[in-house]
Design a protein. Structure first.
Length: 85
């Protein structure tokens, strides 16, 4: 199954580790350190031009998505099936 993160970015649900509201980045010292470290090692991708509303952590990358964490969590539970051509 797949989860659409916004723009043209889709990830496999099996790669998903966590979905956070972007405000968590300012809420704790640990989350600030995590975000800074991810950016330092260039393991971050900003999706689209809109302001990020959520942070999606996968096994290989951290995504800043313009879609709310609530919506992404719903998508992760229901799953998005992509038919192969």
């Amino acid at each position: 199954m797949y989860i659409h993160l916004g723009g043209e970015r889709v990830i496999r649900s099996s790669e998903l580790v966590a979905i956070f509201d972007v405000t968590i980045e300012k809420a704790s010292k640990l989350s600030k350190q995590f975000a800074a470290h991810s950016q330092k090692i260039k393991n971050v991708e900003w999706i689209g031009e809109e302001e990020a509303k959520s942070i999606v952590v996968t096994k290989g990358k951290v995504y800043y998505s313009p879609i709310s964490s609530t919506t992404l969590k719903k998508r992760s539970r229901s799953g998005m099936r992509v038919e192969e051509a």
